[in-house]
Design a protein. Structure first.
Length: 407
């Protein structure tokens, strides 16, 4: 993928209508924002566009919109209010159910340089997630320039990140990336294309089928691939051991065998757990009390479930991280939501925190784990997109990035 994209530093937005796709997909409870990290993260690009005298039109999706009822609870109105406070200037909310309607058009027509307008949740339009032409054209009609700063949706081809850029390109108008997107491209792109070695990649978590596909590409790029979490037990079974009730995707056993062969052929280290923390039943509630036992992965009894890597494995993984110069981590090593099953994830997180390597956390649950452990600030980069960062690591072209102009 061509990653040398034009950014907000490469264009002149003075007096222009700038449509900026942000990721304002924040958690809401009773209409109140419960975590505003995504708003804070969007500020640098927005402030830059204001300072440069653009007419800044913000847009984003918020959750999934399936019913009319969703339209009441998934409005971006609370985001406009909070953004106004964070920016110290009014963010005018254009409350159109069709997103680009009379309110939006009037608000944009009345804008002065440096003003900010926020459009309604882009998913109020059913065409949004289908990259339908009508909504892409509506969005493009509001803009002279498009800025995409929403990495979390970059792996999707939607109107507000891809269709609108294509419409504007037809008119010779620029589509560039914002600072957040640029940072993702810089960190993930460098890790995949030109890492400082040794490059250690760590995969864990529960979405076995999703992540197995990343393995093939990562094996070609990294020096060591570490597999922990629920991912590991399909491999353990592929080695001929039984895994009890542990997570396992039987349809991928042959694939795991192929990957172990591939690692051997390429001369890459593939590290799998040697011991595991087992329980009788998956904890319910997830943070409820559990009795645990540590066993070798070659001796997981029938009826038991491996829910964390064992201490020998944690030590081995941490040692590998200690000698790395680039580390990419996606997915926890165990059921970290439960304090009794979090030790493996904590040990690996601490190893990354203590390392002087470039450390990249691939979003989603690993980001939550690192933040929960208070180690977020010790990482070089925490990706804002779980799914997007995985597809990036798979070597796929992300449509949201591809749609931006090249330098
Ligand atoms: P993912 O979204 O694929 O990164 O998966 C994250 C989830 O994986 C977390 O909620 C963990 O509790 C879960 N997880 C990690 N290791 C295991 C395991 N060995 N068995 C079951 N679930 C796990």
């Amino acid at each position: 993928m061509e990653l040398n994209k034009k950014s907000v530093d490469d264009i002149n937005v003075k007096g222009k209508r700038v449509l900026c796709r942000c990721d304002f997909n924040v958690p809401l409870k009773d209409g109140k924002i419960t975590d505003e990290n995504r708003l804070v993260a969007a500020l640098p690009t927005i402030k830059k566009l204001i300072a440069d005298g653009g007419k800044v039109i913000l847009c984003s999706h918020l959750g999934k919109v399936k019913t009319e009822e969703d339209k009441k609870t998934k409005t971006l109105a609370p985001v406009a209010k909070r953004l106004s406070e964070l920016l110290g200037q009014e963010v005018k909310f254009a409350a159109d159910p069709e997103v680009v309607g009379p309110n939006a058009k009037a608000a944009v027509a009345a804008m002065k340089d440096g003003d900010v307008v926020l459009l309604e949740n882009t998913r109020f339009r059913p065409e949004e997630t289908k990259n339908g032409e009508a909504f892409s054209k509506d969005l493009a009609s509001l803009a002279d320039v498009f800025v995409n700063d929403a990495f979390g949706t970059a792996h999707r081809s939607h109107c507000s990140n891809v269709g609108v850029a294509e419409e504007l390109r037809k008119e010779g108008k620029p589509a560039v990336v914002g600072y957040l997107m640029q940072k993702e491209i810089d960190y993930l792109g460098k890790a995949v294309e030109d890492p400082v070695r040794p490059f250690v990649a760590i995969l864990g978590g529960a979405k076995v089928a999703d992540k197995l596909n990343v393995i093939s590409n990562l094996l070609e790029k990294c020096d060591t691939l570490i597999i922990g979490g629920g991912m590991a037990y399909t491999f353990i079974k592929a080695q001929g051991y039984s895994v009890g009730k542990s997570l396992c995707d039987d349809s991928k056993i042959d694939y795991c065998k192929e990957m172990m062969e591939k690692a051997k052929k390429l001369g890459k280290k593939l590290l799998l757990p040697v011991d595991a923390v087992i329980v009788d039943d998956f904890p319910d509630p997830i943070d409820g009390d559990v009795d645990t036992e540590v066993v070798d992965v070659t001796a997981i009894p029938d009826g038991k479930e491996a829910c964390d890597i064992g201490p020998k494995t944690a030590e081995m993984f941490a040692n590998e991280v200690a000698s790395a110069k680039t580390v990419v981590w996606n997915g926890p090593m165990g059921v970290f939501e439960n304090p009794t099953l979090a030790a493996g994830t904590l040990k690996v997180a601490q190893a990354l925190a203590d390392s002087d390597a470039t450390t990249i956390i691939g979003g989603g649950d690993s980001a939550a784990a690192v933040n929960q452990m208070g180690l977020g600030s010790k990482m070089s980069h925490i990706s804002t997109g779980g799914g997007a960062s995985l597809e990036f690591l798979e070597g796929k072209e992300l449509p949201g990035i591809a749609a931006a102009d090249e330098k």
